[in-house]
Write a protein that binds this ligand. Structure first.
Ligand code: FEO
Length: 407
């Protein structure tokens, strides 16, 4: 666990976590940080306490002591968000101190009770404040459904710091550098990549609410954004706000000037056409990602589709339907409400089609509103004329997706 000073009276405690599935689902190949913040006036508050996945709070307590904070002196536990990666230590904290107050929204209060049987709670609403003394005044700003209904921002007026919890966060472990002004260009790119994975995996479903949360952040005079995961932005907090706005556009059909080939093949017939499609994309000098299902993780698959302006679905018919791993991937994308992508499908069939029908059903069931170029299906292996039709489809896709490119 690292200890960093954000400003006078405000410290960050951060730890890297690896070897878990985030939320029990998402592979985090590059880890994730859990950030906790301590604000000291005459009274002391901890915002989004973290203890790591081992459930052992001693590390947190030891680190608090090392920055001169006696855990027993904590008066307020500010729960911006009840998901246990931020709140899992509450019941344990009771063992060392019995008189504290949890500060949270009404929705969080119910979960604080049901998850931790804790009812020493002060419920806050928009604009409520907590004066810690010595100039440290916190205000609270609910941002529901980011990504749980209970979520809120905490804002410290003196330093103009926004404690945004999951909002403006990213996957990815932090090593030496934890502030935006310390990050190398490579680390900046890394956290943008990890921010896209985080947003697409965890947040995308709630994009309308995230857009409202971005608007709410704009109403505050912000000098520092201190999220629950990933780097602190103190040089240019506008950067992560702009990034999040762009990510919200990706969820609604925009994307980078790149194509994701989401594909699967039973015996290599569809693969022949995928190989051909790659050659066309290379010739056209278009950046592309290639994700074979079910080999790829869902986390990587969702992120790639999410960030791309164009999607090629290459999958055969299997038992009168779409090749199941690709159908499952598209269903997951639909659950994430990634809508409006420009797309093109091709694939092989044996004795009967059916993939196309299921593709349409998935799109309709999830209200995805993807804009499709006419599909190409071929019997058995692709012939020369099939490849020509695929090339035409790809060129049409590249032309059409240009309208959706947002970099
Ligand atoms: Fe970082 Fe929604 O928990």
């Amino acid at each position: 666990m690292k200890k960093l000073k954000i400003a006078d009276g405000i410290h960050m405690l951060t730890m890297n976590v690896d070897d878990i599935l985030f939320e029990g689902i998402w592979e985090i190949a590059n880890g994730v940080t859990l950030n906790s913040y301590i604000v000291q006036g005459e009274k002391t508050a901890i915002i989004d306490g973290v203890i790591g996945w081992d459930g052992v709070p001693e590390t947190l307590y030891k680190n608090m002591e090392e920055i001169g904070v006696d855990p027993k002196s904590i008066d307020y536990l500010i729960v911006n968000h009840m998901e246990p990666d931020h709140s899992g230590w509450i019941s344990n904290f009771r063992k060392i101190k019995d008189d504290f107050t949890v500060i949270c929204t009404e929705k969080a209060a119910r979960m604080v009770k049901t998850f931790y049987d804790e009812d020493r709670v002060r419920i806050v609403k928009e604009g409520d404040t907590l004066d810690l003394g010595r100039g440290k005044v916190l205000s609270f700003h609910p941002v529901p459904n980011v990504h749980w209904p209970d979520t809120m921002y905490t804002y410290e007026r003196d330093t103009k710091t926004l404690f945004s919890c999951d909002m403006f966060g990213a996957f990815g472990r932090m090593n030496e550098h934890c502030f935006d002004d310390e990050l190398t260009p490579e680390e900046m790119d890394f956290f943008e990549f990890e921010g896209i994975r985080y947003y697409s995996n965890v947040m995308a479903t709630f994009t309308p609410s995230l857009k409202k949360a971005i608007e709410k952040a704009k109403t505050l005079d912000i000098r520092i954004i201190a999220p629950g995961h990933g780097p602190v932005y103190r040089k240019n907090p506008q950067k992560i706000m702009n990034d999040y706005y762009r990510f919200s556009q990706y969820a609604e059909g925009a994307g980078k000037n790149e194509v994701t080939i989401l594909w699967g093949s039973m015996y290599g017939m569809t693969k022949k056409a995928v190989d051909f499609a790659e050659r066309v994309l290379q010739r056209e000098k278009v950046k592309y990602n290639k994700l074979e299902m079910p080999q790829e993780s869902e986390s990587a698959m969702i992120a790639a589709v999410f960030e791309s302006a164009g999607v090629i679905i290459a999958a055969p018919t299997y038992e009168y339907k779409l090749f199941p791993p690709v159908a499952a991937a598209l269903n997951e994308i639909g659950r994430k409400r990634i809508t409006g992508k420009t797309a093109f499908r091709f694939g092989s069939y044996g004795w009967s089609g059916g993939a196309e029908k299921e593709l349409k059903e998935i799109m309709e069931r999830n209200n995805m509103k993807w804009d499709f170029i006419e599909s190409v299906e071929f019997e058995g292996a692709p012939r020369e004329e099939d490849l020509k039709r695929i090339e035409t489809g790809i060129l049409e896709l590249l032309k059409k997706m240009k309208e959706k490119v947002v970099e």
